[in-house]
Design a protein around this ligand. Sequence first.
Ligand code: FCB
Length: 474
Amino acid sequence: MAHGFPSGFLWGSATAAAQVEGAAHEEGKEDSIWDVFARVPGAVAGGDTPEVAVDHYHRMPQDVALMKDLGLGAYRFSTSWARIKPGDRGVNRQGLAFYDRLVDELLEAGILPWLTLYHWDLPQSLQRDGGWANRDTAYRFREYAAVVHDALGDRVTHWTTFNEPLCSSLIAYAAGEHAPGLRDPHAALAAVHHQHLAHGLALKALRELGAEKVGITLNMTNAIPNIASDPVDVEAARRIDALANRMYIEPVLLSRYPADLLEDVRDYGLAELIQDGDLQLIGGRIDFLGVNYYHDDNVSGHPLPSGAHPNLEPTPRPKSSPFVGSEYVTFPRRNLPRTAMDWEVNPEGLRTLLVRLGREYPNLPPLYVTENGGAYNGDKVDEDGRVRDPDRTAYILQHLQAVADAVAEGADVRGYFLWSFLDNFEWAWGFQKRFGIVHVDFDTQARTVKDSGLAYSKLIRNGTPFTATELSSS
Ligand code: FCB
Protein backbone atom coordinates (compact mmCIF):
# COMPACT_ATOMS: atom_id res chain seq x y z
CA MET A 1 0.00 0.00 0.00
CA ALA A 2 1.50 3.33 -1.07
CA HIS A 3 0.27 6.73 0.03
CA GLY A 4 -2.75 5.17 1.73
CA PHE A 5 -4.09 3.51 -1.42
CA PRO A 6 -3.74 -0.18 -2.25
CA SER A 7 -1.45 -1.07 -5.12
CA GLY A 8 -3.34 -1.37 -8.38
CA PHE A 9 -5.83 1.25 -7.17
CA LEU A 10 -7.72 2.54 -10.19
CA TRP A 11 -7.64 6.31 -10.72
CA GLY A 12 -10.46 7.36 -12.97
CA SER A 13 -12.93 9.98 -13.96
CA ALA A 14 -16.52 9.68 -15.20
CA THR A 15 -19.10 11.15 -17.55
CA ALA A 16 -22.42 10.00 -19.00
CA ALA A 17 -23.60 9.90 -22.62
CA ALA A 18 -26.47 12.38 -22.41
CA GLN A 19 -24.36 14.81 -20.41
CA VAL A 20 -21.41 15.08 -22.76
CA GLU A 21 -21.98 13.60 -26.19
CA GLY A 22 -24.38 15.98 -27.96
CA ALA A 23 -25.04 14.85 -31.57
CA ALA A 24 -28.47 14.09 -30.20
CA HIS A 25 -29.99 13.55 -33.62
CA GLU A 26 -26.98 12.61 -35.71
CA GLU A 27 -26.08 9.36 -37.40
CA GLY A 28 -29.25 7.56 -36.51
CA LYS A 29 -29.63 8.54 -32.87
CA GLU A 30 -33.24 8.97 -31.83
CA ASP A 31 -34.75 10.89 -28.96
CA SER A 32 -34.02 9.66 -25.49
CA ILE A 33 -36.36 10.62 -22.67
CA TRP A 34 -33.92 13.41 -21.77
CA ASP A 35 -34.18 14.97 -25.24
CA VAL A 36 -37.95 14.98 -24.83
CA PHE A 37 -37.99 16.12 -21.20
CA ALA A 38 -35.68 19.04 -22.04
CA ARG A 39 -38.35 20.31 -24.46
CA VAL A 40 -40.94 20.59 -21.69
CA PRO A 41 -41.05 24.26 -20.71
CA GLY A 42 -39.59 24.73 -17.26
CA ALA A 43 -38.27 21.17 -16.91
CA VAL A 44 -34.59 22.08 -17.33
CA ALA A 45 -33.01 25.27 -15.99
CA GLY A 46 -32.42 27.90 -18.62
CA GLY A 47 -34.20 25.81 -21.25
CA ASP A 48 -30.89 23.95 -21.77
CA THR A 49 -30.86 20.69 -23.71
CA PRO A 50 -28.52 17.75 -24.34
CA GLU A 51 -28.66 18.46 -28.09
CA VAL A 52 -25.03 19.61 -28.29
CA ALA A 53 -23.95 19.10 -24.67
CA VAL A 54 -20.15 19.44 -24.76
CA ASP A 55 -19.80 17.94 -28.22
CA HIS A 56 -17.81 14.96 -27.01
CA TYR A 57 -19.21 12.91 -29.89
CA HIS A 58 -17.12 14.98 -32.28
CA ARG A 59 -14.24 15.84 -29.96
CA MET A 60 -13.68 12.39 -28.49
CA PRO A 61 -10.06 11.87 -29.68
CA GLN A 62 -8.95 15.21 -28.20
CA ASP A 63 -10.82 14.44 -24.98
CA VAL A 64 -9.14 11.07 -24.65
CA ALA A 65 -5.77 12.72 -25.32
CA LEU A 66 -6.48 15.08 -22.43
CA MET A 67 -7.32 12.12 -20.17
CA LYS A 68 -3.99 10.62 -21.09
CA ASP A 69 -2.17 13.89 -20.35
CA LEU A 70 -3.73 13.89 -16.90
CA GLY A 71 -2.64 10.32 -16.30
CA LEU A 72 -6.09 8.78 -15.84
CA GLY A 73 -6.03 5.02 -15.50
CA ALA A 74 -9.72 4.48 -16.25
CA TYR A 75 -12.60 6.30 -17.87
CA ARG A 76 -16.16 5.58 -16.86
CA PHE A 77 -18.60 6.43 -19.65
CA SER A 78 -22.07 5.31 -20.62
CA THR A 79 -23.44 4.07 -23.91
CA SER A 80 -26.60 5.65 -25.25
CA TRP A 81 -29.32 3.09 -25.85
CA ALA A 82 -31.17 5.55 -28.11
CA ARG A 83 -28.05 5.81 -30.27
CA ILE A 84 -27.42 2.08 -30.46
CA LYS A 85 -30.74 0.34 -30.59
CA PRO A 86 -33.53 2.82 -30.87
CA GLY A 87 -37.07 1.52 -30.68
CA ASP A 88 -37.99 -1.41 -32.85
CA ARG A 89 -35.38 -0.59 -35.46
CA GLY A 90 -32.44 -2.85 -35.94
CA VAL A 91 -29.06 -2.02 -34.48
CA ASN A 92 -27.77 1.40 -35.53
CA ARG A 93 -24.27 0.43 -36.67
CA GLN A 94 -23.16 4.02 -37.10
CA GLY A 95 -24.06 4.85 -33.51
CA LEU A 96 -22.36 1.74 -32.22
CA ALA A 97 -19.24 2.64 -34.21
CA PHE A 98 -18.72 5.71 -32.03
CA TYR A 99 -18.20 3.49 -28.97
CA ASP A 100 -16.00 1.20 -30.97
CA ARG A 101 -13.72 4.15 -31.75
CA LEU A 102 -13.89 5.40 -28.17
CA VAL A 103 -12.83 2.04 -26.73
CA ASP A 104 -9.94 1.74 -29.17
CA GLU A 105 -8.82 5.28 -28.47
CA LEU A 106 -8.88 4.63 -24.72
CA LEU A 107 -6.97 1.37 -24.96
CA GLU A 108 -4.38 2.96 -27.15
CA ALA A 109 -3.95 5.67 -24.52
CA GLY A 110 -3.53 3.00 -21.83
CA ILE A 111 -6.86 3.89 -20.19
CA LEU A 112 -9.27 1.20 -18.99
CA PRO A 113 -12.75 1.61 -20.52
CA TRP A 114 -15.38 1.22 -17.75
CA LEU A 115 -18.73 0.96 -19.48
CA THR A 116 -22.17 1.74 -18.06
CA LEU A 117 -25.15 0.53 -20.05
CA TYR A 118 -27.82 2.73 -18.50
CA HIS A 119 -27.20 6.24 -17.27
CA TRP A 120 -30.82 7.45 -17.45
CA ASP A 121 -31.38 7.99 -21.18
CA LEU A 122 -34.09 5.51 -22.15
CA PRO A 123 -35.12 5.62 -25.83
CA GLN A 124 -38.31 7.67 -26.05
CA SER A 125 -39.86 4.96 -28.20
CA LEU A 126 -39.82 2.67 -25.15
CA GLN A 127 -41.19 5.41 -22.93
CA ARG A 128 -44.22 5.54 -25.20
CA ASP A 129 -44.99 1.99 -24.09
CA GLY A 130 -44.68 2.90 -20.43
CA GLY A 131 -40.90 2.98 -20.05
CA TRP A 132 -39.68 1.32 -16.87
CA ALA A 133 -43.24 0.96 -15.59
CA ASN A 134 -43.58 -1.72 -18.27
CA ARG A 135 -41.97 -5.07 -17.44
CA ASP A 136 -41.19 -5.63 -21.11
CA THR A 137 -38.56 -2.84 -20.97
CA ALA A 138 -36.39 -5.12 -18.83
CA TYR A 139 -36.27 -7.70 -21.62
CA ARG A 140 -35.49 -4.98 -24.16
CA PHE A 141 -32.60 -3.93 -21.93
CA ARG A 142 -31.21 -7.44 -22.02
CA GLU A 143 -31.27 -7.36 -25.84
CA TYR A 144 -29.53 -3.99 -25.89
CA ALA A 145 -26.87 -5.21 -23.42
CA ALA A 146 -26.17 -8.19 -25.66
CA VAL A 147 -25.83 -5.94 -28.72
CA VAL A 148 -23.28 -3.76 -26.94
CA HIS A 149 -21.37 -6.78 -25.68
CA ASP A 150 -21.35 -8.25 -29.13
CA ALA A 151 -19.62 -5.13 -30.46
CA LEU A 152 -17.27 -4.31 -27.59
CA GLY A 153 -16.97 -7.45 -25.47
CA ASP A 154 -13.64 -8.37 -27.04
CA ARG A 155 -12.08 -5.23 -25.50
CA VAL A 156 -14.28 -4.01 -22.64
CA THR A 157 -13.72 -5.95 -19.41
CA HIS A 158 -15.77 -3.91 -16.90
CA TRP A 159 -19.54 -3.70 -17.35
CA THR A 160 -21.95 -1.73 -15.20
CA THR A 161 -25.63 -2.37 -15.80
CA PHE A 162 -27.24 0.66 -14.13
CA ASN A 163 -26.16 4.00 -12.75
CA GLU A 164 -28.12 5.12 -9.69
CA PRO A 165 -31.45 3.34 -10.16
CA LEU A 166 -32.82 5.49 -7.32
CA CYS A 167 -32.69 8.50 -9.62
CA SER A 168 -34.09 6.76 -12.69
CA SER A 169 -37.00 5.29 -10.69
CA LEU A 170 -38.27 7.28 -7.70
CA ILE A 171 -36.88 10.65 -8.71
CA ALA A 172 -37.98 10.24 -12.32
CA TYR A 173 -41.38 8.57 -11.86
CA ALA A 174 -42.55 9.79 -8.43
CA ALA A 175 -40.82 13.10 -7.76
CA GLY A 176 -41.05 14.19 -11.40
CA GLU A 177 -37.67 15.88 -11.27
CA HIS A 178 -35.88 13.72 -13.82
CA ALA A 179 -37.10 12.45 -17.17
CA PRO A 180 -39.77 11.28 -17.84
CA GLY A 181 -41.04 13.67 -15.16
CA LEU A 182 -43.92 11.61 -13.76
CA ARG A 183 -45.56 11.84 -10.36
CA ASP A 184 -47.01 8.40 -10.12
CA PRO A 185 -46.01 6.32 -7.08
CA HIS A 186 -47.24 3.02 -8.53
CA ALA A 187 -45.25 3.60 -11.73
CA ALA A 188 -42.21 4.59 -9.65
CA LEU A 189 -42.16 1.31 -7.75
CA ALA A 190 -42.75 -0.58 -10.98
CA ALA A 191 -39.70 1.26 -12.36
CA VAL A 192 -37.68 0.17 -9.32
CA HIS A 193 -38.57 -3.48 -9.76
CA HIS A 194 -38.23 -3.53 -13.53
CA GLN A 195 -34.82 -1.86 -13.42
CA HIS A 196 -33.71 -4.46 -10.89
CA LEU A 197 -35.04 -7.17 -13.17
CA ALA A 198 -33.27 -5.61 -16.15
CA HIS A 199 -30.05 -5.63 -14.12
CA GLY A 200 -30.54 -9.33 -13.31
CA LEU A 201 -31.38 -10.29 -16.88
CA ALA A 202 -28.43 -8.37 -18.33
CA LEU A 203 -26.07 -9.71 -15.66
CA LYS A 204 -26.96 -13.28 -16.63
CA ALA A 205 -26.75 -12.54 -20.35
CA LEU A 206 -23.39 -10.76 -20.04
CA ARG A 207 -21.98 -13.64 -18.01
CA GLU A 208 -23.15 -16.14 -20.61
CA LEU A 209 -21.51 -14.01 -23.28
CA GLY A 210 -18.24 -14.11 -21.37
CA ALA A 211 -18.05 -10.63 -19.82
CA GLU A 212 -15.15 -10.50 -17.40
CA LYS A 213 -16.49 -8.23 -14.64
CA VAL A 214 -20.10 -7.15 -14.18
CA GLY A 215 -21.51 -4.87 -11.49
CA ILE A 216 -23.92 -2.05 -10.74
CA THR A 217 -23.53 1.48 -9.42
CA LEU A 218 -25.76 2.71 -6.58
CA ASN A 219 -25.89 6.18 -5.08
CA MET A 220 -25.79 5.83 -1.35
CA THR A 221 -26.16 8.01 1.69
CA ASN A 222 -25.92 7.74 5.45
CA ALA A 223 -29.36 8.57 6.77
CA ILE A 224 -28.63 10.19 10.12
CA PRO A 225 -31.30 10.89 12.73
CA ASN A 226 -31.17 14.61 13.48
CA ILE A 227 -31.39 13.85 17.19
CA ALA A 228 -30.05 10.38 17.86
CA SER A 229 -32.06 9.95 21.05
CA ASP A 230 -35.37 10.99 19.47
CA PRO A 231 -37.36 7.94 18.32
CA VAL A 232 -39.32 10.05 15.83
CA ASP A 233 -36.11 11.11 14.09
CA VAL A 234 -34.75 7.57 14.27
CA GLU A 235 -37.89 6.25 12.56
CA ALA A 236 -37.69 8.94 9.85
CA ALA A 237 -34.04 8.04 9.18
CA ARG A 238 -35.01 4.38 8.93
CA ARG A 239 -37.55 5.24 6.22
CA ILE A 240 -34.99 7.18 4.21
CA ASP A 241 -32.38 4.45 4.59
CA ALA A 242 -34.94 1.92 3.32
CA LEU A 243 -35.99 4.03 0.33
CA ALA A 244 -32.63 5.44 -0.69
CA ASN A 245 -30.22 2.59 0.15
CA ARG A 246 -31.73 -0.73 1.10
CA MET A 247 -34.44 -0.88 -1.60
CA TYR A 248 -31.53 -1.08 -4.08
CA ILE A 249 -28.65 -2.87 -2.41
CA GLU A 250 -30.63 -5.68 -0.74
CA PRO A 251 -32.32 -7.16 -3.80
CA VAL A 252 -28.93 -7.10 -5.55
CA LEU A 253 -26.88 -8.59 -2.72
CA LEU A 254 -29.47 -10.56 -0.77
CA SER A 255 -32.19 -11.42 -3.31
CA ARG A 256 -34.88 -9.75 -1.23
CA TYR A 257 -36.57 -6.43 -0.57
CA PRO A 258 -36.30 -5.30 3.05
CA ALA A 259 -39.43 -6.25 5.01
CA ASP A 260 -39.80 -2.79 6.57
CA LEU A 261 -39.64 -1.17 3.12
CA LEU A 262 -42.35 -3.46 1.77
CA GLU A 263 -44.49 -2.42 4.72
CA ASP A 264 -43.77 1.31 4.19
CA VAL A 265 -44.88 1.18 0.54
CA ARG A 266 -47.57 -1.49 0.88
CA ASP A 267 -50.25 0.69 -0.76
CA TYR A 268 -48.29 1.08 -3.98
CA GLY A 269 -48.12 -2.43 -5.36
CA LEU A 270 -44.42 -3.32 -5.21
CA ALA A 271 -44.89 -6.79 -3.73
CA GLU A 272 -47.51 -7.66 -6.36
CA LEU A 273 -45.02 -7.07 -9.19
CA ILE A 274 -42.52 -9.67 -8.07
CA GLN A 275 -42.77 -12.83 -10.16
CA ASP A 276 -41.26 -16.22 -9.46
CA GLY A 277 -37.57 -16.25 -10.20
CA ASP A 278 -37.17 -12.45 -10.31
CA LEU A 279 -35.33 -12.09 -7.04
CA GLN A 280 -32.99 -14.95 -7.82
CA LEU A 281 -32.00 -13.28 -11.08
CA ILE A 282 -31.63 -9.88 -9.43
CA GLY A 283 -29.40 -11.32 -6.73
CA GLY A 284 -27.00 -12.98 -9.18
CA ARG A 285 -23.39 -12.63 -8.10
CA ILE A 286 -21.76 -9.34 -9.06
CA ASP A 287 -18.02 -8.71 -9.33
CA PHE A 288 -18.01 -5.18 -7.95
CA LEU A 289 -20.31 -2.61 -6.44
CA GLY A 290 -19.98 0.97 -7.65
CA VAL A 291 -20.79 3.53 -4.97
CA ASN A 292 -21.61 7.11 -5.88
CA TYR A 293 -21.32 9.41 -2.91
CA TYR A 294 -22.04 13.10 -2.68
CA HIS A 295 -23.59 13.75 0.72
CA ASP A 296 -25.44 12.32 3.70
CA ASP A 297 -29.02 13.02 4.73
CA ASN A 298 -29.72 14.52 8.12
CA VAL A 299 -33.24 13.33 8.81
CA SER A 300 -35.98 14.37 11.19
CA GLY A 301 -39.55 13.17 11.63
CA HIS A 302 -40.67 16.54 12.98
CA PRO A 303 -41.95 19.46 10.97
CA LEU A 304 -39.39 22.21 10.61
CA PRO A 305 -39.93 25.09 13.03
CA SER A 306 -41.68 27.95 11.32
CA GLY A 307 -39.24 30.43 9.86
CA ALA A 308 -36.57 27.75 9.46
CA HIS A 309 -34.76 27.37 6.19
CA PRO A 310 -37.21 25.51 3.97
CA ASN A 311 -34.40 23.17 3.03
CA LEU A 312 -35.26 23.18 -0.61
CA GLU A 313 -32.55 20.81 -1.66
CA PRO A 314 -32.34 21.48 -5.37
CA THR A 315 -31.38 17.93 -5.99
CA PRO A 316 -34.12 15.45 -6.27
CA ARG A 317 -34.27 13.30 -3.20
CA PRO A 318 -36.88 10.71 -2.39
CA LYS A 319 -38.33 13.07 0.13
CA SER A 320 -40.40 14.70 -2.56
CA SER A 321 -42.04 11.43 -3.44
CA PRO A 322 -45.35 10.56 -1.88
CA PHE A 323 -43.71 7.77 0.11
CA VAL A 324 -41.91 10.29 2.24
CA GLY A 325 -44.15 13.29 2.32
CA SER A 326 -43.11 16.13 4.58
CA GLU A 327 -45.58 14.77 7.11
CA TYR A 328 -43.01 12.03 7.76
CA VAL A 329 -39.62 13.46 7.00
CA THR A 330 -37.76 16.75 7.01
CA PHE A 331 -34.08 17.46 6.46
CA PRO A 332 -32.84 20.04 8.97
CA ARG A 333 -29.68 21.80 7.92
CA ARG A 334 -26.49 21.09 9.79
CA ASN A 335 -23.64 23.43 10.25
CA LEU A 336 -21.56 22.10 7.36
CA PRO A 337 -20.16 23.82 4.28
CA ARG A 338 -22.18 23.32 1.09
CA THR A 339 -21.43 23.05 -2.62
CA ALA A 340 -23.18 25.00 -5.37
CA MET A 341 -25.77 22.18 -5.45
CA ASP A 342 -26.50 23.08 -1.82
CA TRP A 343 -25.22 19.63 -0.87
CA GLU A 344 -23.38 19.22 2.43
CA VAL A 345 -19.63 18.72 2.26
CA ASN A 346 -18.89 15.90 4.66
CA PRO A 347 -15.97 13.65 3.63
CA GLU A 348 -16.35 11.79 6.90
CA GLY A 349 -19.66 10.46 5.53
CA LEU A 350 -17.83 8.73 2.67
CA ARG A 351 -15.47 6.99 5.08
CA THR A 352 -18.39 5.89 7.27
CA LEU A 353 -20.35 4.59 4.31
CA LEU A 354 -17.52 2.57 2.79
CA VAL A 355 -16.64 1.00 6.11
CA ARG A 356 -20.18 0.19 7.17
CA LEU A 357 -21.15 -1.45 3.87
CA GLY A 358 -18.53 -4.13 4.47
CA ARG A 359 -19.74 -4.65 8.00
CA GLU A 360 -23.44 -4.79 7.10
CA TYR A 361 -23.14 -7.01 4.02
CA PRO A 362 -20.75 -9.91 4.51
CA ASN A 363 -21.01 -10.91 0.84
CA LEU A 364 -20.13 -7.40 -0.38
CA PRO A 365 -17.97 -7.55 -3.53
CA PRO A 366 -15.02 -5.15 -4.00
CA LEU A 367 -16.07 -1.51 -3.99
CA TYR A 368 -15.26 1.25 -6.44
CA VAL A 369 -16.25 4.84 -5.76
CA THR A 370 -17.73 5.41 -9.20
CA GLU A 371 -18.71 9.05 -8.62
CA ASN A 372 -17.72 11.79 -6.22
CA GLY A 373 -17.03 15.44 -6.88
CA GLY A 374 -18.22 18.98 -6.32
CA ALA A 375 -20.03 21.72 -8.20
CA TYR A 376 -18.82 25.20 -7.37
CA ASN A 377 -19.68 28.58 -8.80
CA GLY A 378 -17.23 31.02 -10.22
CA ASP A 379 -15.02 28.82 -12.42
CA LYS A 380 -13.45 30.96 -15.13
CA VAL A 381 -10.38 30.88 -17.30
CA ASP A 382 -8.05 33.60 -16.01
CA GLU A 383 -5.84 35.64 -18.29
CA ASP A 384 -2.90 33.39 -17.56
CA GLY A 385 -4.96 30.41 -18.78
CA ARG A 386 -5.55 28.94 -15.32
CA VAL A 387 -8.87 27.99 -13.78
CA ARG A 388 -8.53 28.48 -10.05
CA ASP A 389 -10.99 26.25 -8.23
CA PRO A 390 -9.65 25.84 -4.68
CA ASP A 391 -12.98 24.68 -3.24
CA ARG A 392 -13.30 21.81 -5.70
CA THR A 393 -9.64 20.90 -5.19
CA ALA A 394 -10.16 20.77 -1.44
CA TYR A 395 -13.37 18.76 -1.85
CA ILE A 396 -11.60 16.14 -3.95
CA LEU A 397 -8.54 15.82 -1.77
CA GLN A 398 -10.59 15.57 1.42
CA HIS A 399 -12.79 12.86 -0.05
CA LEU A 400 -9.77 10.95 -1.29
CA GLN A 401 -8.35 11.12 2.20
CA ALA A 402 -11.66 9.67 3.43
CA VAL A 403 -11.29 6.80 0.95
CA ALA A 404 -7.75 6.13 2.18
CA ASP A 405 -9.01 6.20 5.78
CA ALA A 406 -11.79 3.73 4.91
CA VAL A 407 -9.25 1.42 3.29
CA ALA A 408 -7.10 1.63 6.42
CA GLU A 409 -10.16 0.57 8.40
CA GLY A 410 -10.65 -2.48 6.23
CA ALA A 411 -12.95 -1.34 3.40
CA ASP A 412 -12.12 -3.13 0.15
CA VAL A 413 -12.08 -0.10 -2.16
CA ARG A 414 -10.24 -0.66 -5.42
CA GLY A 415 -10.69 2.59 -7.31
CA TYR A 416 -12.08 6.11 -7.48
CA PHE A 417 -13.77 7.90 -10.39
CA LEU A 418 -13.95 11.63 -10.07
CA TRP A 419 -17.19 13.24 -11.23
CA SER A 420 -16.70 14.71 -13.67
CA PHE A 421 -14.02 14.76 -16.32
CA LEU A 422 -15.70 17.64 -18.17
CA ASP A 423 -18.16 20.36 -17.21
CA ASN A 424 -21.39 19.12 -18.74
CA PHE A 425 -25.19 19.03 -18.98
CA GLU A 426 -26.17 18.57 -15.35
CA TRP A 427 -29.66 17.14 -15.97
CA ALA A 428 -32.46 19.41 -14.70
CA TRP A 429 -29.79 22.01 -13.83
CA GLY A 430 -28.73 22.32 -17.44
CA PHE A 431 -25.36 24.00 -17.82
CA GLN A 432 -25.59 25.95 -14.58
CA LYS A 433 -23.67 23.55 -12.39
CA ARG A 434 -20.08 22.75 -13.20
CA PHE A 435 -18.55 19.56 -11.80
CA GLY A 436 -15.65 19.16 -14.25
CA ILE A 437 -11.95 19.00 -13.54
CA VAL A 438 -11.73 20.26 -17.11
CA HIS A 439 -13.45 23.56 -17.78
CA VAL A 440 -15.60 23.77 -20.90
CA ASP A 441 -16.50 27.07 -22.52
CA PHE A 442 -20.05 26.23 -23.53
CA ASP A 443 -19.94 28.70 -26.45
CA THR A 444 -16.66 27.67 -28.05
CA GLN A 445 -16.35 24.17 -26.53
CA ALA A 446 -12.75 25.01 -25.58
CA ARG A 447 -11.33 22.75 -22.86
CA THR A 448 -9.03 24.03 -20.07
CA VAL A 449 -7.74 21.84 -17.26
CA LYS A 450 -8.70 23.36 -13.91
CA ASP A 451 -6.36 23.52 -10.92
CA SER A 452 -8.35 20.63 -9.43
CA GLY A 453 -7.50 18.56 -12.53
CA LEU A 454 -3.81 19.39 -12.12
CA ALA A 455 -3.93 18.44 -8.44
CA TYR A 456 -5.66 15.15 -9.24
CA SER A 457 -3.17 14.45 -11.98
CA LYS A 458 -0.22 15.01 -9.69
CA LEU A 459 -1.80 12.78 -7.08
CA ILE A 460 -2.20 10.02 -9.64
CA ARG A 461 1.38 10.36 -10.84
CA ASN A 462 3.31 10.99 -7.65
CA GLY A 463 1.00 9.89 -4.90
CA THR A 464 0.94 13.44 -3.54
CA PRO A 465 -1.36 16.17 -4.76
CA PHE A 466 -0.43 19.76 -5.36
CA THR A 467 -1.10 21.66 -2.20
CA ALA A 468 -3.16 24.82 -2.36
CA THR A 469 0.03 26.83 -1.80
CA GLU A 470 1.89 25.12 -4.60
CA LEU A 471 -1.00 25.75 -6.93
CA SER A 472 -1.28 29.40 -6.10
CA SER A 473 2.43 30.01 -6.45
CA SER A 474 2.90 28.10 -9.69
C1 FCB B 1 -25.19 11.79 -10.08
C2 FCB B 1 -25.32 11.39 -11.52
C3 FCB B 1 -24.37 12.11 -12.44
C4 FCB B 1 -24.23 13.57 -12.06
C5 FCB B 1 -23.89 13.70 -10.60
C6 FCB B 1 -23.68 15.12 -10.14
O1 FCB B 1 -26.40 11.59 -9.42
O2 FCB B 1 -25.11 10.00 -11.67
O3 FCB B 1 -24.82 11.93 -13.75
O4 FCB B 1 -25.36 14.24 -12.40
O5 FCB B 1 -24.91 13.13 -9.83
